[in-house]
Design a protein around this ligand. Structure first.
Ligand code: GLA
Length: 408
């Protein structure tokens, strides 16, 4: 996979330009003339977290700069009440725009939207959930708030002292200090990986640098538990499907403890149909992607909730073998992806990317099976599917999916 880095970085960095608040920094503030050289490469010990892909919620896709203490508490409450916690969603993650200024000792403080981070973390923990935070290795985040540059150890200690369990670490303005070759990126992320390790608290480390420097090749060495493989997702079929169907070659790099991250879910944000959201959720689950809901869970509709808590599909995402799906077959807009599972079953997804409903027909042997499977369960209809012949065919609506769990 090749990424055209300069325009992508500009796009991603530009994506954060939002409402001006008191804490938003003037562009370039805090940028050193001579950045600290990145450390020598050395593996960071694994933190043992994320043996299956992380599940939870993140504020960015829906709330942008509007996230605050009240919203985070209400989202945690909603996750408990609406069955998402019971379905496996754990992390409640605050994205960009929480940061205030540093105090005289250089300790990062939250801005007025978050009066007491420690109390907020305690509240989320009291619900049986975990809480996540966001920073950047640059002096500024993508939305121009205070980043961790030059304060990595201090910030890791602060996040640990507040009780955070997850850090999304977003390249953003680090791109103005450092070149983005693989070695430099690894060294810059290693600095925070070490700091988290030294903090003594198990903190899931989510690398966000849009796939630069083939992050999947070195992410585990900095104790990364997940790494973004792409620029930002948007709530459209075009964006979601372009990202999702482009992950095939990255499959070998995912596994227990370290996952490819094609970005957070847009399910329920309104820009796609329910059929398309089912495809989004199915594809992300086939890809063993983090399942981070990105919608407003306080007002989620029953139909969208049904997608997010589909336990049959979640079980594919969370399968402990941790093998990411690959494309087994393609004909025009029709694609079949398969994923081996821990108990010997295979997950099979029949996708129709076309503008019209289509009958997808393939021989089992064409999609990698030695013989006709014994049994299949439809993971959206929640019922058995009859398998008569050596060919399997199914009519799939435009932009839809049929997802099966197949027993050999
Ligand atoms: C970047 C990231 C997004 C989000 C924003 C916040 O664009 O890729 O996921 O965190 O920054 O500013």
């Amino acid at each position: 996979m090749r990424l055209s880095s300069t325009p992508l970085l500009l796009t991603v960095f530009g994506a954060g330009l939002l409402t001006l608040t008191a804490q938003r920094l003037p562009d370039g503030q805090g940028f050193p003339a001579h950045p600290t050289p990145p450390p020598t490469l050395q593996d960071v010990p694994s933190n043992g977290l994320a043996m299956t892909p992380p599940m939870g919620w993140n504020s960015w896709n829906k709330f942008r700069s509007k996230v605050d203490d009240k919203a985070v508490r209400e989202i945690a409450d909603a996750m408990v009440k609406n069955g998402m916690k019971a379905a496996g969603y754990v992390y409640v993650n605050i994205d960009d725009t929480w940061q205030g200024q540093r105090d005289a000792q250089g300790n990062i403080q939250a801005n007025s939207k978050f009066p007491d981070m420690k109390a907020l973390a305690e509240y989320v923990h009291s619900k049986g959930l975990k809480i996540g935070i966001y920073s950047s290795p640059g002096p500024q985040t993508c939305a121009h708030y205070e980043g961790s540059y030059g304060h990595e150890q201090q910030d890791a200690r602060t996040f640990a002292a507040w009780g955070f369990d997850y850090l999304k670490y977003d390249w953003c303005s680090a791109g103005k200090l450092y070149p983005h070759d693989a070695e430099t990126l690894q060294a810059v992320y290693q600095r925070m990986g070490d700091a988290l390790h030294e903090s003594g608290r198990p903190i899931l480390f989510s690398l966000c640098e849009y796939g630069l420097g083939d992050v999947w090749k070195w992410g585990p060495k900095v104790s990364g538990n997940a790494w973004r493989t792409t620029g930002d997702i948007r709530d459209t079929w075009a964006s979601m499907s372009k990202i999702g169907f482009n992950q095939n070659e990255l499959a070998p790099w995912a596994g227990p403890g370290h996952w490819n991250d094609p970005d957070m879910l847009e399910v329920g944000n309104g820009g796609m149909t329910d059929i398309e959201y089912r495809t989004h959720f199915s594809l992300w689950s086939m890809l063993a992607a983090p399942l981070l809901a990105g919608n407003d869970l306080r007002t989620v509709s029953p139909d969208i909730l049904k997608i997010l808590v589909n336990r049959d599909v979640i079980a594919i995402d969370q399968d402990r073998l941790g093998k990411q799906a690959t494309r087994a077959w393609k004909s025009g807009d029709e694609e079949v992806w398969t994923r081996p599972l821990e108990n010997g079953d295979i997950a099979v997804a029949f996708f129709n990317r076309g503008a019209a409903s289509a009958k997808i027909a393939a021989n089992w042997s064409d999609i990698g099976f030695k013989q006709k499977p014994k049994h299949a369960r439809d993971l959206w209809r929640h019922k058995s599917v009859r398998l008569h012949r050596k060919e399997y065919s199914v009519t799939v609506p435009s932009h839809g999916v049929q997802m099966l769990r197949v027993k050999l």
